[in-house]
Design a protein around this ligand. Structure first.
Ligand code: GLP
Length: 247
């Protein structure tokens, strides 16, 4: 695992955009695995800016997102489709027919997950998967205790995740209790992984996930075993880790 220490959130976002830009430049028809949450918003902002400057072209790129809430339609302001459209898809020249998320409105979980796995396989797998990190070590919506063997599946959100995501909803009862998420197996099959972490509130989990033992109780810890992972974290997130020089 290569670890970059960034001065702050903006520096982290620029470095992440550099890596994603490089991927798109080297392989314009690449498959990007994308993430939601507050962490990657700055990265998407940077990518949009580079697109407007004429430095990036997404016309041949395919995207597959990590996860989607079960039961939220695409036009719901809290759906992950809506998030992606707002922060990236509507702002660059990506072909929307090549942007994929699990179908939150498919009520049959087996059907929804099978369809999504088929999509990921049919596009040839993921070249670069972007990840954020949950406070409990979740990646996508793979909560503590998740098996490493699953591809896309339906999960029940942990109480901690419901609390963490409540800030985006009118009230706690509006937070969906279930979601479809790529499994750890899908994520680990990506050829490259880029994980971003920002803020002091993530300092404990960064230390546990990347400097502690690999265990299903901390889903992100499995990334230690992937052969091409870049972690970009800001100083606050790395404040409890061994000294990593700033890059
Ligand atoms: C959600 C998403 C994750 C994301 C995590 C962290 O639960 N499903 O993919 O990484 O939150 O979010 P944030 O970046 O807002 O801390």
């Amino acid at each position: 695992m290569r670890i970059y220490r960034a001065k702050d959130y903006d520096a982290m976002s620029r470095k992440a955009a550099n890596i994603i830009s490089a991927q798109v430049l080297i392989k314009p028809d690449c498959v990007l695995g994308l993430a939601t949450g507050s962490t990657p918003i700055g990265t998407y902002r940077e990518l949009v800016e580079r697109y407007h400057q004429g430095d990036l072209d997404f016309s041949e790129t395919t995207t597959v997102n990590l996860d989607e809430y079960k039961g939220l339609p695409r036009d719901n302001g809290q759906s992950y489709y809506y998030f992606m459209d707002q922060h990236l898809f509507s702002k660059v020249n990506i072909n929307k027919d090549r942007t994929f998320l699990p179908d939150g409105m498919e009520s049959d979980s087996d059907v929804a997950c099978q369809k999504y796995n088929d999509i990921i396989h049919s596009v040839g797998g993921i070249d670069l998967q972007l990840l954020g990190l949950g406070h409990n070590g979740h990646i996508g919506f793979n909560e503590p205790g998740s098996t490493y063997e699953k591809e896309t599946h339906c999960i029940t959100l942990s109480e901690r995740t419901i609390q963490a995501n409540m800030r985006f909803f009118a009230s706690e009862k509006d937070v969906p209790r279930q979601a479809y998420t790529m499994g750890v197996k899908t994520i680990m099959s990506a050829r490259k992984i880029l994980i971003l972490v920002s803020g002091e509130d993530k300092a404990d989990i960064v230390k546990t996930a990347f400097f502690g033992p690999v265990t299903p109780q901390v889903p992100a810890s499995i990334l230690q075993l992937h052969n091409d992972v870049v972690l970009i974290a800001d100083e606050a997130a790395l404040s409890k880790c061994p000294n990593i020089p700033q890059a």
